[in-house]
Ligand binder design. Structure first.
Ligand code: UDP
Length: 350
């Protein structure tokens, strides 16, 4: 029994592969390397370079590797980019998910876990948002994920696919053993940008909007450690394998931090000061989004291990330093030279 991890060379996907291998599972990665890195895929998981919407390729992988479960991460995930390029987001996220779900059903996949997002709630009237809070995305990214959720639920209802929809709040941090982390070169996510600024990889950090209706005027988010998030996926897989019902679950800690609070934490943990400027609001940003995170704990028995903003920042900093060392040593980050659909054997997690 093998698990197909789409987007397994990316930030969250690469941590998922580690989580699966650590738990003694077998995993195969399908990634188009648009945002991921071949070296991020842990040893023991073959990497197949290709598109998660390529049904012929996915069907072949399911057959060749005896795949019975899919965890679908592959997606474009930058809110402002989705405002600029909505059709690209609908193709990459919604159209590809449709193809993958169809292929999963046609090929007898037993469990399907889908990466969704708190962005489906938009700017929720009620905070914290629980899973029944009305969905009203404020960006094409949020809509692209919500449409995929709807397709998955409807198709699963019609064809009996056991599934889990996990709505991620703000994912940050890195593997505590520094085997993986957020490695994007043009990262936009707050904690990544802040640790890069703390390490002088950027000259300043801009706060996008200081006139939101929040106590300090900056946006509030619920930050979850990436390794807790992947642990929730493993819990979800076990739940489905044990015959548990298909569910939609928030993945957050239930506590919000403002942009200014995050910046202060990064300065404190890194032990440095850095330049912070205010800038206009960014398109598509809701003011405040925090999870009601009860259901994932009660339904899956999920127990977070890193529910602490300082720990998240510490691990993000540790990974950033690791990345700087690797880049200084000019360790190879192989280009996407593998022809589409071809397989590369598992690599050692660096
Ligand atoms: N943010 C910011 N400066 C940055 C990056 C992000 O002020 O350089 C803000 C952003 O406007 C939002 C919050 O930090 O209010 C979280 O943004 P991020 O991109 O990390 O995640 P999102 O909530 O958009 O998924």
């Amino acid at each position: 029994m093998t698990i197909l991890v789409t987007g397994g060379a990316g930030y969250i996907g690469s941590h998922m592969v580690l989580e699966l291998l650590d738990a003694g599972e077998r995993a195969v990665v399908l990634d188009d390397l648009s945002a991921g890195f071949p070296w991020a895929v842990a040893e023991g998981a073959p990497l197949v370079v290709g598109d998660s919407g390529d049904q012929a390729l996915v069907a072949r992988l399911i057959r060749d590797h005896g795949i019975d479960a899919i965890i679908h991460f592959a997606a474009s995930v930058i809110v402002p980019d989705s405002v600029r390029d909505p059709l690209g987001y609908y193709r990459n996220n919604t159209v590809n998910s449709r193809a993958l779900i169809e292929c999963a059903i046609a090929n007898g996949i037993r469990q399907f876990i889908f990466s969704s997002t708190a962005a489906v709630y938009g700017d929720p009237a009620k905070v914290p948002a629980n899973e029944d809070t009305p969905t009203q995305p404020t960006s094409p990214y949020g809509w692209s994920k919500l449409m995929s959720e709807i397709m998955l639920r409807d198709a699963a209802h019609a064809h009996g696919l056991n599934h889990m929809i996990l709505r991620y709040f703000n994912v940050a941090g890195g593997d505590p053993r520094r085997r993986a982390g957020q490695s994007s070169k043009a990262a936009t996510h707050l904690i990544k940008v802040a640790v890069e600024t703390a390490l002088r990889l950027r000259s300043k950090l801009e706060i996008f909007g200081t006139d939101y209706p929040t106590p300090d005027g900056t946006c509030i988010r619920d930050y979850i450690h990436v390794s807790d998030l992947t642990c929730a996926h493993l819990d979800a897989l076990r739940h489905l394998r044990a015959g548990g019902p298909s569910l939609t679950l928030n993945c957050g800690y239930g506590r919000g931090f403002s942009v200014r609070e995050v910046i202060d934490t990064v300065k404190r943990v890194a032990g440095v000061d850095f330049r912070v400027e205010t800038a206009p609001r960014r398109a598509g940003d809701p003011a405040r989004i925090v999870a009601d995170a009860e259901k994932v704990r009660t339904m899956l028995g999920f127990k977070p291990r890193f529910d602490n903003l300082a720990t998240i920042v510490e691990h993000a900093l540790a990974w950033e330093r690791e990345l700087m060392m690797r880049r200084a040593r000019a360790e190879p980050e192989p280009a996407a030279s593998t022809p589409p659909g071809s397989e590369r054997a598992g690599r050692r997690a660096k």
